[in-house]
Design a binder for this molecule. Structure first.
Ligand SMILES: [Zn+2]
Length: 421
């Protein structure tokens, strides 16, 4: 099955397969002008520029289907490497409390936050959870996101954590986009384990993890390693066991303070360390040392939607890039700290609030985000052999204009495996 896309004014993100970009390379954009893309069985078979009229007619006649993109520009489908989109209810009440001045931690201490989401999720049926999450996946795809990581972590009981992961498994089966599941049983300590933290860790290790492994319910494991949540030692204990069972780590680190989360991520060969609002010299050195090691480094993933929504500091990504590190961006789409579905919005926040150049932030939501899940050979760039996931937009000079025209959806057409969604 051959499908030709032609009459494309610019194809952006035409990196070599497997590319991710560090430091200053993040500013360098690969673009093909007057381009075409030939897709075969869902992957990019060939792509190029400036094809002669006669040759184009020949290619059209040899393809099963051809699509005239009428001068639109094309970008790789966005990769969202950090979301919590399986949730039962929004948290409007907390939104109002925070507007009045309460902090995220104060709300959490009073049983709000993650525990609030957990209570609501525990009482919702798997089917209802699935229906709601499916609507969110569809919404994200409409905004150009074609690869999505989804975490558990609002269950916090054996039954409800597994319920969440089974919802994610159904989403994987029913949607054409690439979906990866992350087991985040270690998201918070449930109220009944407040004075018996080890009891909850035992539950994660002895009751949840074996089923997660046996049923193949997760692609990664995550721990919220931060002030008031899991400490470094607890994080090590969980990640070490998971690694022995073949589950790579992606961790929540340094959102609320200099808590050793980044160092724990590198020590456990995590694929990514996410949040990083509090990072100084030692954290940056730890990240640099990760990229010098054989496992390939821990991708720093910034979540500016959370900083915007909670009014907390932004991750110092300029400093990461100045030290030659790569940076990825994700939405952290969740009901408490980032109810933001679109990576286009995150791209804009990265430029206006974290002072990333549009090209840098573009790579952070495409190839670098793919790398944070070790998917850079499949998605995040447009090259031969990659999945044919892309966005067609009428917006001119899209890489500069998408973050500039904030609040619009620039994804006029979205293709997953070459099929329009
Ligand atoms: Zn998160």
């Amino acid at each position: 099955m051959k499908k030709l896309f032609y009459n494309i004014s610019k194809i952006h993100g035409t990196n070599e397969r497997g590319t991710f970009k560090k430091g200053r390379e993040m500013q360098k954009l690969s673009t093909i002008e007057n381009g075409w893309i030939l897709v075969e069985n869902g992957t990019v078979k060939q792509l190029g520029a400036n094809i002669a009229q006669q040759e184009l007619a020949q290619m059209i006649s040899e393809s099963n289907e051809s699509v005239d993109l009428r001068g639109m520009e094309v970008l790789p489908g966005f990769v969202d490497s950090h979301t919590h989109i399986v949730f039962a209810a929004p948290r409007h009440e907390e939104f109002a409390l925070r507007i009045k001045g309460a902090t995220y931690e104060e709300i959490a201490e009073k049983g709000g936050g993650i525990l609030n989401s957990a209570r609501k999720l525990q009482s919702m049926s798997e089917d209802d959870l699935y229906e709601q999450a499916a609507q969110r996946v569809a919404l994200m795809m409409k905004h150009g996101t074609t690869t999505i990581e989804i975490k558990s972590g609002y269950g916090l009981t054996v039954e409800s954590e597994l319920k969440m992961l089974r919802v994610i498994k159904r989403l994987k089966k029913n949607f054409p986009c690439t979906i990866k599941a992350t087991f985040l049983g270690a998201h918070a300590f449930p109220a009944e384990f407040k004075t018996n933290q080890q009891g909850y860790i035992d539950l994660i290790i002895n009751e949840m993890l074996p089923v997660v492994i046996e049923e193949g319910l997760a692609d990664h494991i995550d721990v919220f390693c931060d002030k008031g949540f899991f400490n470094v030692e607890q994080t090590h204990n969980i990640l070490k066991l998971a690694a022995e069972k073949g589950l790579p780590a992606k961790i929540h680190a340094n959102e609320l303070g200099l808590t050793g989360g980044v160092q724990a991520a590198v020590a456990n060969k995590a694929w990514s360390a996410d949040h990083l609002e509090h990072c100084e010299g030692d954290e940056i050195q730890a990240l640099i040392s990760g990229f010098e090691q054989e496992y390939g480094g821990t991708m720093p993933v910034a979540l500016p939607g959370t900083s915007y929504f909670l009014g907390i500091p932004y991750a110092p990504v300029k400093n990461f890039m100045a030290h030659g590190l790569p940076v990825a961006l994700a939405t952290d789409f969740n009901p408490g700290s980032s109810p933001i579905c679109s990576l286009q919005t995150i791209w804009a926040f990265a430029c206006t609030q974290m002072k990333m150049m549009p090209e840098e932030a573009f790579h952070a939501v495409t190839c670098n985000a793919a790398r944070s899940m070790r998917l850079e050979h499949e998605v995040g760039s447009l090259a031969v052999g990659m999945k044919a996931d892309f966005i067609a937009t009428k917006t001119r000079d899209a890489v500069k204009a998408v973050p500039y025209f904030l609040g619009q959806n620039h994804a006029d057409m979205v293709f997953v495996g070459g099929e329009q969604i």
